[in-house]
Design a protein around this ligand. Structure first.
Ligand SMILES: Cc1cc2nc3c(=O)[nH]c(=O)nc-3n(C[C@H](O)[C@H](O)[C@H](O)COP(=O)(O)OP(=O)(O)OC[C@H]3O[C@@H](n4cnc5c(N)ncnc54)[C@H](O)[C@@H]3O)c2cc1C
Length: 343
């Protein structure tokens, strides 16, 4: 195993911030994990050093300085059809596969389920962690089971969809089982049936503009990619971590009060007493779209995305975040909550 010391984090973070991992190792197989397990349990240097699991680094903000963790970058590959019936195909994917490459591959096989999740950065292994979602689709609706390596015991087993306790951008891997498992593979069930059209105004108008009446799976993927590219910065060109804040769910009375001043605002009813207010709307209407905060700024085409334009540090990001939260709170009385985790 090639265990490295003091590894620069920036190249493993799509936001390009962070100091160094104290220890770092690339994991290409479950066998590698077994070797690391033995090393960690026998070599005193690694005693009491927490393990951190890294995928594509697209949903995490790394702190400056040395992070006293043993970072394992999961690069376990694999793409295997495990079962096929008249209407569906079950595919097991290695956790280190690039998510969008899997989407592209399954779309070209004529299988539906992933197309609305096109172009989301990161790895397949991270897809269950926050139950990735976009355009009304969530990955949980395709997951059969998640193969995990239990860090404490070194055992490998499957966790069923039900036991993953998926929620909106949530699962046990973010909650009660956080830090307990390394996801090594995910088995998905994809459909051979005609794809469901994403019920989203931007997508419908894309098909109208392009004179497409009954879109194919590939055309749905193309539409999603085109719309995402027009709204989201490519992290390889402009460092970012996607949506920076969660959409707040507030009491209906709070949303009504805002609507009095902004009657055209589009909010979404959650239940009888709660409304979801888009965080991007709040930021934009607080006058912060495209605004710079030192070395970071809110993206000029999408108020929800914070971008690192000039070699910012984690401290710069946190300072900007706190300023944005304060400005939005002062204006609308709603406290934004950051979406990506901070290590
Ligand atoms: C431009 C952009 C657009 C985005 N759009 C969306 C979107 O539309 N919808 C959406 O849901 N997300 C979106 N994201 C967020 C991000 O792409 C997803 O959350 C993605 O699943 C993260 O994958 P990753 O491999 O980069 O995970 P990382 O950022 O490396 O890790 C994220 C978390 O998962 C854990 N983890 C990663 N791999 C494993 C593993 N094998 N086993 C156990 N734990 C693991 C990490 O420890 C960490 O806690 C976007 C991000 C960007 C930059």
């Amino acid at each position: 195993m090639n265990i490295q010391d003091y590894v620069d984090i920036k190249s493993y973070s799509t936001l390009k911030v962070g100091g160094q991992f104290r220890y770092f190792c690339i994991v290409s197989s479950v066998y590698d994990l077994t070797s690391i397990w033995t090393i960690v349990h026998t070599d005193v240097r690694y005693k009491d050093i927490p393990i951190f699991i890294l995928g594509g680094g697209s949903n995490i903000i790394f702190s400056d300085g040395v992070l006293d963790v043993f970072a394992l970058k999961i690069e376990i590959k694999g793409f295997e059809i495990v079962s096929e019936e008249q209407n569906y195909v079950d595919i097991k994917v290695g956790a280190g596969e690039i998510w969008d490459e899997i989407v592209s591959r399954t779309v070209s096989m004529g299988l539906s389920g992933f197309e609305s999740l096109s172009l989301i950065p990161g790895t397949a292994g991270a897809s269950p962690v926050q139950n990735i979602g976009a355009y009304g689709a969530e990955v949980k609706d395709t997951i059969l089971e998640v193969e995990v390596y239990e860090i404490e015991t070194g055992k490998v087993f499957n966790i069923s969809n039900k036991d993953c306790k998926f929620g909106y951008r949530d699962s046990i891997f973010k909650g009660e089982a956080r830090g307990k498992y390394i996801i090594t593979g995910v088995t998905y069930r994809l459909s051979k049936s005609i794809p469901r059209l994403p019920d989203y105004p931007g997508i419908k108008s894309y098909f109208i503009d392009n004179n497409i009446n009954i879109p194919t799976l590939a055309q749905i993927r193309e539409a999603i990619i085109s719309i995402r590219q027009s709204k989201l910065p490519n992290p390889n060109e402009i460092p970012n971590v996607g949506s920076f804040f969660k959409n707040p769910i507030v009491e209906k009375v709070v949303a009504h009060k805002i609507k009095e001043d902004y009657p055209d605002a589009k909010f979404f009813s959650v239940d009888d007493t709660h409304t979801k207010v888009p965080a991007g709307w709040l930021i934009e209407n607080a006058g912060l779209k495209g605004k710079s905060f030192g070395k970071v700024s809110m993206y000029d085409k999408n108020a929800l995305v914070l971008v690192n334009k000039e070699g910012a540090t984690c401290e710069d990001v946190i300072r900007a975040r706190d300023e944005i939260i304060k400005i939005v709170k002062d204006k609308f009385g709603i406290e934004l909550v950051q979406e990506p985790e901070i290590l």
